[in-house]
Design a binder for this molecule. Sequence first.
Ligand code: S3P
Length: 436
Amino acid sequence: MAEIMTIDKVCRGLQGEVAIPGDKSISHRSVMLSGLGSTPVHITNFLHAQDCLSTVACLRALGAEIEFQSDTELTVKGNGFHGLQEPGTVIDAGNSGTTLRLMMGLLSAQPFFSAFTGDASLHRRPMGRVAKPLSLMGARIYGREGNSKLPLAVVPAEGGLKGISYESPVASAQVKSALLLAGMYADGPTTVSEPFVSRDHTERMLAAFGVPVRREGTAVTIDSVMAEAYKAPAAIEVPGDISSAAYWLVAGSVLPGSKLLLKNVGVNETRTGILEVLEQMGAKLELVNERVSGGEAAADICVEAGPLKGTEFGAEIMPRLIDEIPIIAVAALLAEGDTIITGAGELRVKETDRLAAIEQEFNKLSPGAVETIEDGLVIHGGRPIQKARCFTYDDHRIAMSLAILGAAGDGVVLERPDCVNISYPAFYGDLERLRG
Ligand code: S3P
């Protein structure tokens, strides 16, 4: 474990190709859904990073056979739709909100006891947003602070779960997915509506397992699933993660002289808010080789450096770029003029309070450049950037964003840089390689 890492200024831009690592959201779902099948599923371009390995450990604890052929290629074989087994130990979701929330949904519907833990960050995050609607379905979930925080335990529902119609106050794919997974085992249909449509990877992958999910506006509905209807596909190919590509989209735009080709980026329209915002800011992006792979849109993206200007966006686009706000804030800081981001209150309950972390740390590099408002940020672009020592808060996306900001400025010393292993273990290596 490195306690500190120095990132030097990039002088001549970044050049070359980046093979974007597998999508984190899709990797989690590929293992979970395959673990409910009865035939082996061969998964390729899996994200070999800590969060997804937490999901692998979890499914193994529930009795699925999982064998890695290489870091990014594995075979998952479940024991059938009703074949999950009572875990003999506490399930550790590590740093992964997706693992915990989706598994709470899935395990609420099982006829056995399960208990969950996670790291310090996950203990602080709100789980009531999932526990509450699951309880309305009949689930029995117990935990700290009114059954809303880890450690949590799930006891079999008396008489099974019943489908509900739930209006989620937050646009959250984790809430939606937890309820869809529970809904497969419930009596009657389950409907979840949300203020804006969140990422739809669960719905798409369920379709590949023979489970249709109906959409109407911002609502999705799943019917109770018969075991015979649940059919695992032989293979799942995971596209690259646009949330990881985001660091290079911004670095390639703001580091003068850069020209990058990002290979195999997932461009599902529920995830491409960052492309819209960067284009509004004047970035030079080009999608090439557009295709569909495993039910998901993918493309290669060329990015070339050029001047950016400030912009404004809010709640409507937020679910489509929720994880990209820290790196969009870097783009804003290096753009001409002000950027105003609203409707981003969800960032306060991510791996850390990301709005506070951005204000605190970015201002060390560019004093006075960032102001937080209750649900967003005001960023004054185009100010001088100095070298500073910054803290990552053990948050992978804060660490990678600070690294790019430092590279664009006069360098940065990162305290606790290793958290990039949560979603992008090769990040620092890729940065070194691309600077030539
Ligand atoms: C995710 C959904 C998003 C996102 C997270 C991954 C998922 O969270 O921030 O990194 O895989 O469903 P919310 O659904 O809570 O917004």
